[in-house]
Structures are given as structure tokens and as C-alpha cells.
Design a protein around this ligand. Structure first.
Ligand code: ADQ
Length: 502
């Protein structure tokens, strides 16, 4: 059995033995996969160097080997702050209004992907499985193929995949997506993003999608599938029952003096819908003065990507909105929104979740959203809180027993808050039991086992049919890839598809 080579933008070096609980769920899952299969986790160190040397910093901690490289300031600006976070991130979250198309970003993105490929190449042995993560590294498979890598390679996208009509606004989109087809397995969070991808592949690249959603491309078969990510359920439930969590729970409960608690926990990102959430809470306060006096919203939102202007703007916007709502509804002994810009250790977070009567998870668009799953896992099953979840979070596909809301409608969210606060215990228990069963079953172990199994794959045979049309090496002209006949056909999105998330 081959080793696993995990490649992602950043690498989470395992903490020393005994401190493993301090890591995030995804890092824990990938580290446990690496321990099981052996292998290496490769990525950017997060550090700057004056001139790129390709020097690999290899470390071994707690049974896992990591290899990291440093990047030049220009790389960080154009690849990370630029193409990844100012072009692809907003575009993939349907925000073409925030998407910046700068040629230098595109060049920096390709340059850094090339640097990743050159640096990781010597680490890959002949029967290793290569597992690449996320939107930072979409062309990496193709660059590795060009350098002679014949291994099975997979890509998992943590974000949504946008509708074709939005994606075509990206210059050289055909080239980017065609490069992804050098992977053997392409994984998405749910069937909605998968269908958007398959629609694009048919309509813009003129390729045929087989009934099992595989794509035959240049003599190989590419598997495209939904692999919904989960949390480390065991670890989280254990954390929620520990002393740290109990202390955090009690501290929060005492501080609100019998009021109901609503909690939001999100990176400070415009995709998380925090502004709309605050407005909805303001509406709830205005429309329900009696209930309002008995509730408090705790919003925990650590800043992220602070070098990008749109992230500075959201921070200012939220500070203004909090001030406005608190100004209108606070009195001398009570502030309706507690807005906290910092991170907390996972066990404390688990305690806060457990203390909260409502989990308010209302992103405008989210690949999955693990906070929704953490909130459910942390509840007391005898007296659980209610999850209010955006219908536009990937998690909504699996969590139909939440109160699903349209986060753009402040009335809808405000009414859901009222309904959650008044929900009888029996209904809360029933909904929670079903949500919990799904969170437990679809945990992060299952996610990575399913993906690794698909990556092992059946022996790759010849494709059923030759590719529908060869792709131009550099598809710069959209008209070249247009195939009107394909556009007329029913798309995969219109056919019943197997939803892995069901
Ligand atoms: P994110 O956009 O970061 O991830 P999410 O899935 O919500 O979003 O994960 C956030 C994680 O950070 C959670 O585990 C949460 O507990 C933690 N976190 C958030 N705020 C915190 C705080 N103040 N203190 C401590 N921890 C905090 C991307 C995609 C998602 C997808 C994940 C995983 O955008 O859609 O679910 O990857 O694939």
C-alpha cells in the first residue's frame, strides 16, 4: 500500500504528544490518515523569504512528517492574497462583485503552483497517493503530470463550486478547469457543487459526463463525486464533556443571568453573512421586545485575511452595525450583542456551544460549515438547543432538521429566532436526535476514508468512449470551447443524481 502525500496551502504541524486536542478537526483527521498510511504533509510554512530557494523544512512530530517551503513576498501577495483570496474565493462564493481579475495574480498563482510542484516532486515515490486540497492548488495535478508524476492523484475542494454562468467571468477559466482534469478524483462538499462542476465540464469544455458522473478525458477516467466533510465527532463530544468546557459553559451562563443565549462562531469573512445576521437580530429585537429582553447574541469572529481590503471593510461594517444595534437596544445593565474578535481553544468553544439555546449559522454561501456540526455535537441531548442554518451552507444538504433559513431575508431569520426560542422541548429533542445521528455517522473519519478509498480507485481501465473533443492546450478563447450541441442537452443537474449527503 502506498503512502499518502497530502498537499495544501498551509500545513498544520501536529502538536507534541498530549496536546493533540489543541488542533482543528481537519488537521486531526489528516494527521491520523498520515499516521495510518505513512507519508508526508507538504505546503507553505506561512513564512516569508527574500528569495525563493525551494528549501524544504522537514519535521517529524507525533508520527507525522511535514515538509514546508517559504515563499517570497511577491508570491504571497499575488498567489495567496491575490488570486486565491481576491479572485477565486469571492468567485467561488458567488461574489463576482468582489472578484478581482488581475493578470499579475494569475501569473503569481501559476508561479507558486509550479514552485509547489517542483518542491514536492522529489518527495513522491512511485506508489504514493497524492491528495491535494482546495482552491489554492487547482492546477497542481496538471503541473505534476507534466513533470512525469503518474501516481493516482486527487483534489478535494473545501469551498463551493460556482454556477457556470459566474465561472465564465474568470479569464482563462477553461484552462484552469481543464488542468483540474489531470486529477483522478475530484471531490466536492455536496451534490450541488458537483452538479455545477459537471455542468461546466459539459457546457464549456464540451466533454461527456458518464452516468456514474465520471468524465473521460484524454484517455483517462476522472471520478467526480461528493464527499461531505464532517467533524471529529468523538473528539468534540469528549471536549464538550471535559472540565475546560464545563468551566466555559458555567462562566457564560452566569454572565447572562438567566437570559437565552444565541451563538455565532465564524471566521470574519463576508461569506459568513455576519452583517445580515446582525440586521436580522436587530429586527428580532425591534419586533419582539418581550423576548428580546430575555436573550443575548454572542458572536465570536476572529479576524482573518487582514491584508485583503474587503476583509478590513467587513470588520468596520460589523463594528458599525453592532454599535448601532446595541445603541438602540441596550440599557445600563444589558447589551444585546456581545461581539468578540478572537479565537478560543476548542474545548472552551464546545462549552460555549453547549450553553447556547440557539446556534445561529447563516452564511450567504459556504462549502460545508463545520460550526453547524460542532454546535449539534456539543448539545445536551436531554435539553438541546436549536440550530438555525442557512439554506446556502453546504451543510444544509445533510441537516434538514435544523431550522433552514434564507440568510438574505432578515424577516425570515428574525422569525426563525422567535420560533427557536419558543420551540417545545419534545420538538427540540426530536430534531436534535436526527441531526446528531447524521453528524456522528458522517464524521471526518468517514470523509477521509471515503476519499482515500476513491483515490485508491479501481484499476484504471480504458475509457468507455474517446473524449468528446480535444481541448486546446491553452484555451484562451471561450468560443473555442463552446459546443452549442452540448449546451442543449439536459445537464447532470437536471438528472437525478446520487447525493452522498443524503
Ligand atoms: P472555514 O471557512 O474556515 O472552512 P468552517 O467550516 O466553519 O469554515 O470551519 C471553521 C472552523 O474554525 C471550525 O472548526 C470552528 O470551530 C473554528 N473556529 C471558528 N471561529 C473560531 C474561534 N473564534 N475560535 C476557535 N475556533 C474557531 C472551509 C470552508 C467551509 C468548510 C471547511 C472544511 O469555507 O465551508 O466547512 O473549510 O472543509
Amino acid at each position: 500500500m502506498g503512502r499518502l502525500i497530502v498537499i495544501s496551502n498551509r500545513v498544520s504541524v501536529p502538536k507534541a504528544a498530549g496536546a493533540a486536542g489543541a488542533q482543528g478537526g481537519l488537521a486531526v483527521a489528516l494527521n491520523s490518515a498520515l499516521r495510518e498510511h505513512g507519508g508526508i504533509w507538504f505546503g507553505w510554512s506561512g513564512q516569508e523569504t527574500e528569495e525563493f530557494t525551494g528549501h524544504l523544512d522537514m519535521q517529524r512530530n507525533d508520527g507525522v512528517t511535514t515538509a514546508t517551503i517559504d515563499l517570497e513576498p511577491q508570491d504571497i501577495e499575488e498567489y495567496y492574497n491575490g488570486y486565491a483570496n481576491r479572485t477565486l474565493w469571492p468567485l467561488f462564493h458567488y461574489r463576482i462583485d468582489l472578484t478581482e481579475y488581475d493578470r499579475n495574480f494569475g501569473e503569481g498563482y501559476e508561479r507558486v503552483n509550479e514552485r509547489f510542484a517542483d518542491s514536492v516532486l522529489p518527495l513522491i515515490e512511485s506508489d504514493d497517493l497524492v491528495w491535494v486540497h482546495d482552491y489554492h492548488l487547482l492546477p497542481l495535478g496538471s503541473l505534476l503530470r507534466r513533470k512525469g508524476v503518474k501516481n493516482r492523484m486527487g483534489l478535494f475542494l473545501h469551498t463551493p463550486w460556482p454556477p457556470t454562468r459566474l465561472l465564465v467571468s474568470l479569464p482563462l477559466h477553461e484552462r484552469l478547469v481543464a488542468s483540474m482534469l489531470e486529477f483522478d478524483v475530484i471531490g466536492f462538499q455536496n451534490v450541488e457543487w458537483l452538479e455545477s462542476f459537471l455542468h461546466y465540464v459539459q457546457k464549456e469544455l464540451g466533454l461527456t459526463v458518464n452516468p456514474d458522473n465520471s468524465i473521460d478525458y484524454q484517455g483517462r477516467r476522472v471520478v467526480a463525486r461528493a464527499f461531505p466533510i464532517g467533524i471529529d465527532y468523538e473528539e468534540f463530544v469528549e471536549a464538550a464533556g471535559g472540565a475546560e468546557a464545563r468551566a466555559a459553559h458555567d462562566r457564560l451562563k452566569q454572565s447572562v443571568r438567566g437570559r437565552k443565549i444565541l451563538i455565532g462562531v465564524d471566521r470574519l469573512d463576508y461569506s459568513k453573512g455576519l452583517g445580515e445576521r446582525f440586521e436580522a437580530y436587530g429586527r428580532f429585537l425591534a419586533d419582539n421586545p418581550e423576548l428580546a429582553a430575555r436573550a443575548v447574541l454572542l458572536q465570536i469572529a476572529p479576524p482573518s485575511r487582514e491584508d485583503v481590503a474587503s476583509y478590513q471593510q467587513i470588520r468596520e461594517d460589523l463594528e458599525r452595525k453592532t454599535g448601532h444595534i446595541n445603541g438602540a437596544h441596550a440599557d445600563v445593565a444589558f447589551v444585546p450583542i456581545r461581539y468578540v474578535n478572537r479565537g478560543y481553544p476548542r474545548d472552551q468553544l464546545a462549552g460555549f456551544y453547549r450553553a447556547a439555546d440557539i446556534g445561529l449559522v447563516t452564511p450567504l454561501r459556504d462549502g460545508m460549515n463545520l460550526v453547524a456540526k460542532e454546535y449539534v455535537a456539543a448539545q445536551d441531548p436531554e435539553d438541546p438547543g436549536v440550530l438555525i442554518l442557512s439554506q446556502f451552507a453546504g451543510a444544509a444538504h445533510q441537516m434538514k432538521d435544523a431550522l433552514l433559513v434564507n440568510p438574505h431575508s432578515i424577516e425570515h431569520v428574525s422569525e426563525a429566532i422567535k420560533r427557536a426560542l419558543e420551540m417545545p422541548l419534545a420538538e427540540r429533542r426530536e430534531r436534535h436526535a436526527r441531526l446528531l445521528a447524521s453528524v456522528r455517522e458522517n464524521d471526518v473519519r468517514r470523509w477521509r476514508e471515503d476519499f482515500v478509498e476513491a483515490l485508491f480507485g479501481p484499476p484504471v481501465g480504458p475509457p468507455a468512449e474517446p473524449p468528446a473533443m480535444p481541448l486546446p492546450a491553452k484555451a484562451g478563447n471561450p468560443a473555442e470551447a463552446e459546443n452549442p450541441a452540448e449546451a442543449e442537452k439536459p445537464t447532470e443537474a437536471e438528472k437525478p443524481a446520487q447525493d452522498q449527503t443524503a
